[in-house]
Design a protein around this ligand. Sequence first.
Ligand code: SF4
Length: 444
Amino acid sequence: MSITFLPAPGARPIDGSVDHAIQDIVAGRSTDATCTTDLAAGPWDFDVRPGYGPGSSMGDVIPTGAPRQGELPVAYREASEEELDARIRTAKQVLGDRVVVLGHFYQREEVVRHADYVGDSFQLATAAKGRPDAEAIVFCGVHFMAETADLLSGPEQAVVLPNLAAGCSMADMADIDQVEECWEQLADALGPLDVADDEGLVPVIPVTYMNSSAAIKGFVGRHGGIVCTSSNAQTVLEWAFARGRRVLFFPDQHLGRNTAKAMGVPLERMPMWNPRRPWGGSSPDALVDARVILWHGFCSVHRRFTVGQIDQARAEHPGVRVIVHPECPMEVVDAADEAGSTDYIRRAIDAATEPTTFAIGTEINLVKRLAAQYPQHEIFCLDPVVCPCSTMYRIHPGYLAWVLEELVAGRTPNRITVPADVADPARVSLERMLAAKPPAPVAR
Ligand code: SF4
């Protein structure tokens, strides 16, 4: 499966690069705003500092022990955009079919242009399966995505993450120790969690969003649970409700709430589990009454979107079509015309036959690229501030050039390997999702 952004027929050249937009803002050539001028620096400037670096999740707390990248050699830090572009092309040519480069929708244009496949995390992990002869899979995305690619690729294939510090602040909000502790407390409130009642339903089924560590996917696999994506969350919740009285949904509270609400689950039956509070900040009675227990996690990129931005878009662009990602808060999804995954958004724009104005609530790199690819439409990001995902931003072309040239030299840097005791149950949770028959993305 290859999802590529080819220029539409007659497309005028539009610069889809967020990097260039930020440089223009910092240099005073643009009147737009950016969330931090630090974005104009190379991400290596932040490798040794605490936190996720500049961008949408810079206010989040990075867990102790999160992977950190060693210093990028100076030749890559000081190279111009043109030089890096040429070095990447040359290295890819030398490596040929021995390497496949995957680019997430949220990557910067300077990286995506070198990708053999472009898509969301699960599309990319499965796309890698289509290249079983590639010795190396270079995943231009974040850590949990590289782990998923390792789970789904052949044992001889090396999955390489160009910058080890490219984590995901949402995935990091549910660590395995917290989840194990939550499970023990749920057993205290609900009784033995592996014993089915008269109707064959266990007390709770764990469901994790694809945006979680392999350790969490392994936990879910060991406890009868399943993985979901933003495209198939409703199908997966139906699967879980056929097997359990309740669902424990992590790490993204918003995807869980938006999906369950659309299925008719009342908000009062969706208590939140905050891992820093006793009983998750809830009560045993509320947990007994729950239908979906929502983990206290969120995406800092999608949390930036507000109802006020939608109101402003409607006031300034009568007839605008507002599409947001289901990781956005509930009130934003409710105020939008449609909600759907990144792939849903891309398909919706692609399917529009008449010139249309779209206001999009998802990561800025994707929105700018869509605007460049579909010049027949007016496409803009709901958030007027240029603020990319902090961790996606860490995959600078300098890191991509470095890992590719290391591969040319016969070395394999930054290999991501999931240990077998985690990988086996994690694959089970993914296989359950595939067997649950995910439908094509649908509008709300
Ligand atoms: S956009 Fe959100 S969910 Fe995706 S990698 Fe960034 S922080 Fe994680």
